[in-house]
Design a protein. Structure first.
Length: 75
C-alpha cells in the first residue's frame, strides 16, 4: 500500500479530525483514510452504475403531444 506525507496542515484542521476520530472510535490516520476513500472519484464502472440507478428512479416521461392532439385539446 502507498504512503502519503502531507506537510503544512493547519493545526486547527488536524484538531477537528482528531476530535472526529476520537468520536468515531478510531485513529486520526484511519479518519483521514476514510475521508480520502469517501471523496475519491468514481471509476467509469461506478459512474455507469450510478447513472443507471438514477435513470431507474426518475419518472417515465410520456411522448410529446402531436399537433393534432394539441388542436383537439383546444377545441
Amino acid at each position: 500500500m502507498a504512503q502519503v506525507l502531507i506537510r503544512n496542515v493547519p493545526d486547527a484542521t488536524l484538531d477537528v479530525y482528531r476530535e472526529r476520530a476520537k468520536r468515531n472510535g478510531h485513529s486520526l490516520e484511519q479518519e483521514i483514510r476514510d475521508l480520502l476513500e469517501r471523496n475519491r472519484a468514481f471509476t467509469p464502472q461506478e459512474r455507469l452504475a450510478a447513472t443507471r440507478y438514477l435513470h431507474s428512479r426518475t419518472l417515465k416521461v410520456s411522448a410529446p403531444l402531436t399537433s393534432d392532439e394539441i388542436r383537439e385539446g383546444l377545441e
